[in-house]
Design a binder for this molecule. Structure first.
Ligand code: XMP
Length: 517
């Protein structure tokens, strides 16, 4: 039986806004499936997708310019409810014969608006709201059949509605957290106007994904490489629920993992959930191939190539594999779809991850490719994965290699593993682990003098890195207290004889990156 939780969906037409993904996430949070498509989509294509409503994103263009991003006018003439945000509102206004002009006062940031009676504000009791504006153009004459439902000091027409046409426009951004009651506004559009029932919940999503996997792979065997990270673990659990013993997993211990990481994966996935995992201890091979190499890019390439060699050798031993599974998630699909700039029509699944599909030439199963990270976590919990696994900070594919400057050796990796473990342990004890986005130790191959007891110590330096970020594209160093940093430093120097000094990395990204290599 096919699940219907995504049969009620909202389409988001992307006009190049930096907030497009955020709109999609907010709608999912309200409990309705949302999908991002290019602004070039036609009404005919939209009918095939059968959405309950459409949201037009913001964008950097001006609607009155010649080569600007356009919308198929049939969409706005159709009976489908449409909410336009910023540029999207201006498109609606222009289509229905209103006027849009460059504002002599651009509004960026927090602004107060007054709200009047409007269907989209039904759930809001206040008359004034702080909202997030980001525009240079504004609607200066109301479009035909529309009513003004909000105004600000610099923008007398800050929101519009036409109940008859089922078209709505907001000059501000309800999707950003700086807008008061933004989710309530979106909810009114989705539930009251588009009449969605909001069934997009972890339990239902699991049911739907399991059904989809079963339909796609039938009784064939599927191979999945797992890393111990959230995405591949959730993918493994879902696949296991769907096809049981027909799932084969490979976990490669490359010797560049954190302390007890391989043991933990075994405990969480194999013992607790009964998932069959082929564990490969390839530490010696990786370290042999990395020996003598200190260039960051060459180290990454060696690790990538060794991984593929090991994975393929093992995959060949497994008989009758007909599908390759991957833990690709929705943001990866959006990023690689070329949707920005309007190249793609409807975004399609992509083929990623280190060239593996080309090597294996197997059809892909990507059960998470319509989910955002927070949704992957939620369904991970619903599937019974432990908090220790779901809430773990991201860990890069090349592992500790990108946190060990210079040449790599097992002895140095053991020092780094121990220092990293102490730092994370103290963060957990201080209840700060979930507050920082990523934290780890870095091994610096320089020696420095210290005194421990009465003895002189001339040993390595460990750097601590803790970053706070929303999207990992930009980040700030966490403002950890000196008390905590002192405690971590004392423990590292006392417990690890090969370390004489600990430093804290305070650089932001950009210009620095989160990892050191
Ligand atoms: P940077 O260092 O570029 O990292 O600021 C941003 C995020 O990406 C992770 N990262 C990687 N993840 N393979 C991965 O799977 C990699 O080669 C890689 N390099 C960086 C990093 O840990 C951070 O979360």
């Amino acid at each position: 039986m096919k699940s219907n939780i995504d049969s009620e969906k909202i389409l988001i037409l992307d006009f190049g806004s930096q907030y497009t993904q955020l709109i999609a996430r907010r709608i999912r949070e309200i409990g309705v499936f949302s999908e991002i498509v290019s602004h070039r989509i036609s009404l005919k294509e939209i009918h095939k997708l059968n959405p309950k409503g459409i949201i037009l994103s913001g964008g950097p263009e001006s609607v009155y310019k010649k080569n600007t991003l356009k919308i198929d006018p049939n969409i706005l003439n159709s009976n489908i409810p449409v909410l336009g945000i910023c540029y999207g509102m201006q498109l609606i206004a222009q289509h229905f014969k209103g006027k849009v002009k460059t504002s002599n006062k651009s509004e960026f940031g927090n602004t107060q608006i007054k709200i009047f009676k409007g269907k989209i504000f039904k759930k809001i009791t206040r008359k004034e709201l702080n909202v997030w504006m980001s525009h240079g153009d504004k609607v200066t004459k109301l479009p035909k059949g529309f009513k003004r439902i909000a105004s600000s000091k610099n923008c007398t027409i800050a929101a519009i509605e036409s109940i008859k046409d089922k078209k709505f426009g907001l000059q501000f951004h309800p999707e950003v957290t700086h807008t008061d009651n933004g989710s309530k506004i979106l909810e009114a559009f989705i539930k009251d106007i588009c009449k969605c029932q909001a069934k997009w919940r972890a339990k239902n999503i699991v049911k739907k994904l399991v059904e989809e996997i079963r339909t796609k792979v039938g009784d064939k065997k599927v191979l999945l490489g797992i890393s111990g990270g959230v995405d591949s673990s959730v993918a493994a659990t879902l696949l296991h629920k769907a096809i049981g013993k027909n799932l084969e997993c490979i976990f490669v211990d490359n010797g560049l993992l954190r302390k007890d990481e391989a043991k933990q994966v075994k405990k969480d996935l194999k013992n607790a959930l009964g998932i069959k995992i082929n564990f490969l201890n390839s530490e010696n091979l990786f370290l042999k191939n990395l020996k003598g190499e200190s260039d960051p890019e060459t180290k990454r390439k060696i690790i990538g190539k060794t991984f593929i060699d090991v994975f393929l050798k093992e995959a060949k031993k497994l008989k009758k594999i007909e599908f390759l599974a991957q833990g690709t998630i929705y943001p990866d699909v959006i990023e690689s779809s070329g949707i920005k700039g309007g190249k793609a029509h409807v975004i399609k699944s992509h083929h990623n991850v280190g060239g593996l599909p080309d090597y294996l030439k197997l059809p892909l199963v990507e059960p998470l490719n319509s989910l955002f990270k927070d949704e992957v976590r939620k369904i991970g919990f619903a599937l019974g994965l432990p908090e220790t696994l779901i809430g773990r900070h991201p860990f890069p594919g090349p592992g500790l290699a990108v946190r060990m400057l210079g040449e790599i050796s097992k002895a140095k990796l053991d020092i780094l593993r121990e220092a990293d473990h102490i730092f994370i342990d103290e963060l957990i004890k201080a209840k700060l682990y979930d507050k920082v986005s990523q934290a780890f130790a870095v091994f610096l191959p320089v020696k420095s003098v210290g005194v421990v007891g009465d003895a002189r110590r001339y040993e390595y330096v460990i750097a601590l890195r803790a970053a706070e970020t929303i999207d990992f594209m930009t980040a700030r160093a966490s403002k950890l207290s000196h008390d905590l940093l002192n405690k971590v430093s004392d423990r590292i120097i006392n417990e690890i004889p090969k370390v004489s000094r600990v430093v804290y990395d305070i650089s932001s990204k950009p210009p620095a990156t989160i990892e050191w290599e």
